[in-house]
Design a binder for this molecule. Structure first.
Ligand code: FES
Length: 161
């Protein structure tokens, strides 16, 4: 489960990472990785500081961040629900499970629930094809997941938050 970092700590961590950089442009990607590792994403309000550190324009830094899909520009959800979208699970009720998950979380795949607590993501085979449909909540694998079981698992995840 991801922990949220207070805004003041984000600024302090970003400043420390940028200050430790040589400022040479070959260090831009390592610094972006360090920011995402430390903070969970590359804060948009730090783009101006990143640009200044590397003597680049804000547009150039923004271009690099958006070119690499790996980099996030918003805080990740604290919890992740992954629904298997591979063939065996689809043929065993995976589509209905996904539709139920979208309705229960109030968001589509690749999006966050309204409260930002959960991300809903696809995954392609969890090695549990014989007990489909399968899903994960955070690091926990679940098989033979019905909509009713999904609701119980989601309630348990909310309790644990
Ligand atoms: S297809 Fe879903 S676990 Fe293999």
């Amino acid at each position: 489960m991801q922990q949220r970092i207070p805004q003041a700590d984000i600024a302090a961590q970003a400043s420390a990472i940028l200050a430790a950089s040589s400022g040479t442009q070959d260090q831009l990607l390592p610094v972006l990785h360090a920011l995402q590792d430390a903070i969970g994403y590359v804060p948009p309000d730090q783009v101006v500081n990143i640009a200044s550190t590397f003597n680049l324009s804000r547009a150039e830094v923004h271009g690099v961040i958006t070119f690499y899909h790996y980099f996030r520009t918003e805080a990740p959800a604290r919890q992740v629900v992954q629904i298997c979208r591979a063939e065996a699970c689809q043929s065993m009720g995976g589509d209905a499970l996904l539709a139920h998950a979208e309705q229960a979380l109030g968001c589509k795949l690749h999006a966050h629930s309204g409260d930002g607590e959960f991300a809903l993501e696809p995954v392609y085979c969890l090695g549990q094809c014989a007990t489909a449909p399968s899903m994960m909540i955070n690091e926990a694998l679940h098989a033979r997941v019905t909509p009713a079981r999904f609701d119980k698992l989601l309630a348990k995840a909310k309790e644990a938050a």
